[in-house]
Design a protein around this ligand. Structure first.
Ligand code: KIV
Ligand code: ZN
Length: 528
């Protein structure tokens, strides 16, 4: 029987719905939090990637989370190509109503309610009897359906739930009106054969399971999240939940780019279709790394720096003769540029804008002007400007929109003969302020100058420097982590000058802290 879904209509049997949870399960993991502006940027880029459902956040978790889901619903959620905007909720009335309020303005909306069903979680986490859990499933889904026709219900810790009880809960959720049923491997415990068995069982035993979409959501604690996702698809699942770069709780979630490319590359074995524009994958991966300050490891499948690099002579020789000898996918298919040498100091504004368009960046006139000025400056100092340089530069520029504190200029006196001195100019709430400070090296002097202009009590807990490309003239990419009253933020900066990049990263972190100060802490035990 084919499925008639409230948001997608009649679903082709070979259609896979891609549910992205980067902004919820990904964002809630330590160090990956994003501010509203960053979430909206990601939401726009995810829409251009072609995802079907965007889990935009967990509205009850904090006023900030509520606001970001609401703002995404009001902005991205109004586009003609909007994905379904989804808000997560536990099973309580207040949670569901908060999620309903947050997604309400979206043209297409979903409430995703979840409740633990495993013996361990019911006894120790929920302190609820199985019958109470069953009742809560019915009540929560019934309430959610009063606010939208598109309701997903998840059996948290579903893969460690007793078969009979799992089937009873799924049946109750379907009867109450759930249109998607998700059975998450919350703790990343399952093996591929478990996934096949569980989904086959639910499909065959639960009345009505053929009328709804079954969904898979896998954590990567044993490194099996993508393998489990593929096994679930084989067993009849039609919705895949995943995150960009595989970010998420503990070892992360199934990586969206890996799952998508496995389906595309092995279409012979996994013959399903989806709406993802794979050429946007690298852009999303890099944007997320820039926003969060976490690069993927070099050997990360699909988006790692080495994913398509061939070092061994025998491999290089083979690839030169025929790429297929050692490459199973085309690097261009996921957004790697064939020739990433792009612009030089004689390139004009039109060429610059054109290249940004090709890289998938749509920037406003002001940002374009600022980015072009920085590009010219960079091209003067650097022999060649690569796509990676442009991406770092534009991300850095876009990231700074709406910030209260902005970098203006920095002059440094450093070396082995005297203490380093920094003369810094910053714009704070529209007014330019200057300070001169000394320090134990140029970075210390610069950070002391920031402190002099904008006094604060945050502690510097991490400072790291990397290079955007190779060579001694490469741009530096820096991350600064600040901590204030237990709140942690990461800031990023990029510049041909390492100390300027460091100042930019520090200022970025400080701006994030200012935003975070306005938010209240989420209630305990919300994480899923
Ligand atoms: O891992 C999990 O169980 C979850 C649910 C909320 C779907 O993230
Ligand atoms: Zn999860």
């Amino acid at each position: 029987m084919s499925i008639n879904h409230p948001s997608f209509g009649k679903l082709d049997d070979d259609r896979i719905i891609i549910f992205d949870t980067t902004l919820r399960d990904g964002e809630q993991s330590p160090g990956f939090s994003m501010n509203l502006h960053e979430k909206i940027r990601m939401a726009e880029a995810l829409t251009e990637l072609g995802i079907d459902v965007m889990e935009a956040g967990f509205p009850i978790a904090s006023p900030g989370d509520f606001e970001s889901v609401l703002e995404i619903a009001k902005s991205v959620g109004q586009r003609d190509d909007t994905p379904v905007i989804c808000g997560l909720a536990r099973s309580g009335r207040e949670d569901i109503l908060r999620a309903a309020d947050a997604v309400r303005p979206a043209k297409r909306k979903r409430i995703h309610s979840f409740l633990s069903t495993s013996p361990l979680h019911m006894k120790y986490k929920l302190r609820m009897e199985p019958d109470e859990v069953l009742q809560a499933v019915t009540d929560s889904v019934t309430l959610a359906r009063q606010h939208t026709d598109d309701v997903e219900w998840s059996a948290e810790d579903g893969t460690r739930t007793e078969d009979d009880f799992l089937c009873r809960c799924v049946e109750a959720a379907i009867k109450a009106g759930a249109t998607t049923i998700n059975i998450p491997d919350t703790v990343g415990y399952a093996l591929p054969e478990d996934m096949e068995r569980i989904f086959t069982m639910v499909k065959t035993r639960v009345p009505g399971a053929d009328r709804i979409v079954l969904s898979t959501h896998n954590h990567n604690d044993l490194g099996l999240a993508v393998a489990n996702t593929l096994a679930a698809i084989k067993a009849g699942v039609r919705q895949v939940e995943a995150t960009i770069n595989g970010i998420g709780e503990r070892a992360g979630n199934a990586s969206l780019e890996e799952a998508i490319m496995a389906i595309k590359t092995r279409h012979d074995a996994v013959p399903f279709k989806n709406n993802i524009n794979t050429k946007q994958i690298l852009r999303l991966s890099k944007m997320l790394s820039t926003i969060t300050g976490f690069d993927v490891q070099p050997n990360k499948a699909i988006v790692g720096r080495n994913a398509f690099a061939h070092e061994a002579g025998i491999h290089q020789d083979g690839v030169l003769k025929h790429a297929g000898t050692y490459e199973i996918m085309l690097p261009e298919d996921v957004g790697w540029a064939k020739n990433s040498l792009v612009l030089g100091k004689h390139s004009g504004r039109a060429a610059f804008r054109d290249r940004l368009d090709q890289l998938g960046y749509k920037v406003g006139q002001n940002q374009l002007n600022d980015a072009f000025r920085r590009f010219k400056d960079l091209a003067d100092r650097k022999k060649v400007v690569f796509d990676e340089d442009l991406i770092a530069l534009v991300d850095d520029e876009v990231m700074r929109d709406h910030e209260r504190i902005r970098f203006v200029s920095l002059d440094l006196y450093a070396g082995s003969k005297r203490p380093a001195k920094a003369e810094l100019e910053l714009e704070v709430d529209g007014t330019v302020r200057t300070a001169t400070a000394t320090g134990n090296g140029p970075v210390d002097a610069t950070f002391n100058a920031i402190q002099a202009i904008f006094p604060h009590n945050a502690n510097l807990v991490l400072f790291s420097v990397g290079a955007v490309t190779e060579g001694t003239d490469a741009q530096a990419k820096t991350t600064v982590r600040l901590e204030e009253n237990g709140k942690m933020v990461d800031g990023q900066g990029a510049d041909a000058d390492t100390i300027v990049a460091s100042a930019r990263a520090y200022i970025h972190a400080l701006n994030k802290l200012l935003v975070k100060r306005e938010r209240t802490e989420p209630p305990q035990a919300l994480s899923a």
